[in-house]
Design a protein around this ligand. Structure first.
Ligand code: SAM
Length: 237
């Protein structure tokens, strides 16, 4: 595993198959669907840091892939917040095996978590499983799921982003689960693994559109129609 870490640090490519070997076989088996691919994690972390983020929170970190790849390939510090304790445990183990010293993990729920220490946020559509019809590849069946919880989590994330100071950077992959608050301007967007990877920056004021007019295309919610169930979802490299 130290070879994987060295190659990531050196900017060399590492496949998802190689990286995911650090996890248990159950966690590895749902990676193609639920965990950010290595190339996307590297790119997302770089976009966050280049936009000025130094203390980054992965909201719903799973087994920590974004945080570990980010810590090995940028100068920032990464915290992964995750509701499933067994994934938090695996994330710590993986970070230790890969010597990713600037990655740490917290067991908890966004609803009770203080987001104020962070100036950068990553969202890989973390609340989607609440409303996913397709039961083919669940992460596991250990949590309660409901459309109401989806709404509550999206509202909580939205409120935290609105409270965040000007200059806060957000990167979304497959979206947040709802519209980005209008206080955020999309400063970059690219397609990767058949989905939008978008960078947003908190501005002084919310944009107010004249009544009846849609906001400009660039400011429209980017990718909420993109679901992880669509074809083209990342496959393991
Ligand atoms: C799609 S996975 C993404 C994992 C990781 N961010 C990545 O990109 O590899 C979403 C994760 O968010 C976690 N999650 C969802 N809602 C959460 C909440 N309200 N608080 C904490 N974790 C949550 C889930 O348990 C799941 O592990």
């Amino acid at each position: 595993m130290l070879d994987v870490a060295a190659r990531l640090r050196a900017g060399e490519s590492v496949s998802d198959g190689e990286f995911d070997g650090v996890f248990t076989s159950e966690t590895e088996s749902v990676s193609f669907r639920h965990w950010t691919p290595v190339t996307v994690a590297r790119r997302a972390a770089r976009l966050l840091v280049d936009a000025g983020a130094t203390e980054i929170l992965d909201v719903g970190a799973g087994p920590g892939k974004l945080c570990i790849v980010g810590a090995l390939t940028t100068e920032a510090r990464f915290t992964g917040l995750e509701q499933r304790p067994h994934l938090v445990e695996q994330a710590w183990t993986a970070a230790a095996k890969l010597a990713a010293d600037r990655a740490r993990f917290v067991h908890g729920n966004l609803l009770d978590f203080d987001c104020t220490p962070f100036d950068g946020f990553y969202f890989f559509n973390p609340f989607q499983e609440q409303i996913e019809d397709d039961e083919a590849y669940p992460i596991d069946k250990t949590i309660e799921r409901s459309p109401e919880l989806h709404k509550t989590y999206v509202a909580s994330a939205t409120a935290a982003l609105i409270r965040a100071p000007v200059g806060t950077v957000v990167v979304t992959f497959h979206g947040l689960g709802g519209p980005m608050p209008s206080h955020y301007r999309c400063v970059h967007r690219e397609r990767t693994f058949a989905a939008d990877l978008a960078v947003w920056v908190r501005e002084e004021r919310a944009k107010v559109s004249p009544r009846g007019l849609s906001p400009p295309a660039d400011d429209a919610p980017p990718d909420i129609s993109v679901r992880r169930t669509e074809s083209g979802f990342p496959h393991r490299g």
